[in-house]
Unconditional design. Structure first.
Length: 57
């Protein structure tokens, strides 16, 4: 019975498992919202290039 209690209290690998789960969730969100993210990034870079062209002109 003491071995079971000792195993249940062992938290050595919990940080790694939590980080892997967070990475999996983030990758899933990126795959789901891939088109929206690429459209947003494209719009931001277009505005940046247009504003920089206005400043340099």
């Amino acid at each position: 019975m003491k071995k079971i209690t000792k195993i249940m209290r062992n938290n050595r690998g919990m940080g790694t498992v939590e980080m892997i789960l967070i990475i999996v969730v983030l990758i899933g969100l990126v795959l789901i919202f891939k088109t929206q993210i690429s459209d947003l990034v494209g719009n931001v870079f277009q505005k940046i290039s247009a504003d920089s062209a206005a400043i340099l002109a």
